[in-house]
Design a protein around this ligand. Sequence first.
Ligand SMILES: O=C[C@H](O)[C@H](O)[C@H](O)COP(=O)(O)O
Length: 253
Amino acid sequence: MDAIEQAKRLAAYTAVDNHVLPEHRVIGIGSGSTVPYVVERIVQQGPAVNKGRVFIPTGFQSKQLIVDAGLGLGDVDQYPTIDVTLDGADEVDHQLNCVKGGGACHLREKVLAEAATTFILVADHRKNVEYLGTNFTQGVPIEVVPFAYAKVLQNLHHILGSPKATLRMAVKKAGPVVSDNGNFVIDAPFERDMMIDPYTIMAQIKMLTGVVEVGLFCKMAKAAYFGNADGSVTVRWKDGQVNQILAEEAPGN
Ligand SMILES: O=C[C@H](O)[C@H](O)[C@H](O)COP(=O)(O)O
């Protein structure tokens, strides 16, 4: 396993050990390449504790993960209150604002984050940044209804100050990426001075007609776990506290 995969696994295992408690019955499972390690660790909690638990996916990928792991599947319309949701992030700032939607899953992810009593982020050290847009430069993911995309793009270019905003194109399909909800995704990069205050830009984008959801999650998480290259884990908390878990104390090392 390469170093980045190890860092993702470390973050996921540590977060599960600290936040997925035996009494939790309804658990939200996010999307991306870090979340499989979340599911792996939950499965390691054993069949007795997982019996009767319901797992809520944020999209096609996490639904497959839940089903393949033999865990109980539910949906957020049956369970609008979730004990804990764990999810990846494209980038997280020091105030626990984050960019999500690199995999076009941010609409369902935000619903599950809001539904959760506790929302936890898991990522490798590259995502731990002072300001959003530092390493993840492709821009803020914005899910839009297909027929409105050109108008939303125009507004982003000329009104909201993102002249390089583009429609996300598929790689192994002709045409645009289509989300699990049948919508398109725009990636809108903003200058540093705007990303310093992500809530304001999120609110402005959300006001554009045709926008379904914005991949900026502002202060929603209780904690963010970052796996480091040296085997340690950095934990950032909502109240600004930062803990270091040493490599010898971290699970899976
Ligand atoms: O739409 C995708 C999600 O927001 C992912 O959680 C995010 O892109 C992070 O994914 P990864 O863990 O693969 O970096």
